[in-house]
Design a protein around this ligand. Structure first.
Ligand SMILES: Cc1ncc(COP(=O)(O)O)c(C=O)c1O
Length: 164
C-alpha cells in the first residue's frame, strides 16, 4: 500500500475512504501528502459503503476511491451492483482484498471483474494466518502503470531513508 500511495499521490490529492476504516489508511495517505476523505457508513444500514455517498465526494483532486470488501472493521461485503457502480465513476479504485477467501455464504467480488482502472492489494496475513511475514502483493494494469510503480518504489525508498 505504501508503494502504491508513493506512486499515485501528489500533495493535496484526495483519496476517498469509508469511516470507519482500517486504521492505517489515513496515515499512509497523509505520509505522501494526500488527504483522506471519509464517507461515513452506519450500523443501521449494515455499514454499507454507498456509491451515491462516494460520488458526492468526488472532486477534480480525487486520486482514488479506496474500497475494502470484506471490510475491516465492519465486516461489510460490497455487492456486485455496488462495486460495478463504484467502478463506473471512472476514478481509479484501490481495492484492498486482504480478506478475500474468508467469506462464507455470500459471494465475494474483486474490483477487477468490473474495471481495469484499479489497483488490487492482497497479502498472506489473514487468509493464511501469516501476519508476521508482512508479505503482500499489488495487481494493476501492466501497460498503464509499470513505469509509475518503479518510480514510486524509488520515491518510497528515499522517503524511508529520510525518516530513518
Ligand atoms: C484491511 C486491512 N488491510 C491491510 C492489512 C495489512 O495486512 P499486513 O500488513 O498484515 O499484510 C490489514 C491487516 O490486518 C487489514 O485489516
Amino acid at each position: 500500500m505504501m508503494i502504491l500511495f508513493s506512486t499515485i499521490l501528489e500533495q493535496d490529492d484526495e483519496v476517498i475512504i469509508s469511516d470507519p476504516h482500517y486504521a492505517c489508511y489515513p496515515n499512509f495517505i497523509r505520509f505522501f501528502g494526500g488527504k483522506p476523505i471519509c464517507v461515513p457508513v452506519f450500523e443501521d444500514e449494515g455499514f454499507q459503503y454507498t456509491p451515491a455517498a462516494i460520488r458526492e465526494m468526488i472532486r477534480p483532486c480525487t486520486k482514488a476511491i479506496l474500497i475494502n470488501s470484506p471490510s475491516n472493521p465492519t465486516g461489510n461485503l460490497l455487492s456486485r451492483e455496488r462495486m460495478e457502480e463504484i467502478a463506473s465513476f471512472g476514478v481509479p479504485v484501490i481495492s484492498d482484498e486482504i480478506y478475500h477467501g474468508l467469506v462464507y455464504g455470500e459471494a465475494e467480488h474483486s474490483i477487477l471483474e468490473f474495471t481495469d482502472n484499479a489497483f488490487v492489494l492482497n497479502g498472506f496475513s489473514n487468509a493464511y494466518a501469516m501476519t508476521g511475514w508482512r508479505l503482500g502483493y499489488l495487481r494493476f494494469s501492466y501497460a498503464n502503470s509499470l513505469e509509475n510503480i518503479r518510480e514510486g518504489m524509488n520515491r518510497l525508498e528515499s522517503y524511508l531513508k529520510e525518516i530513518r
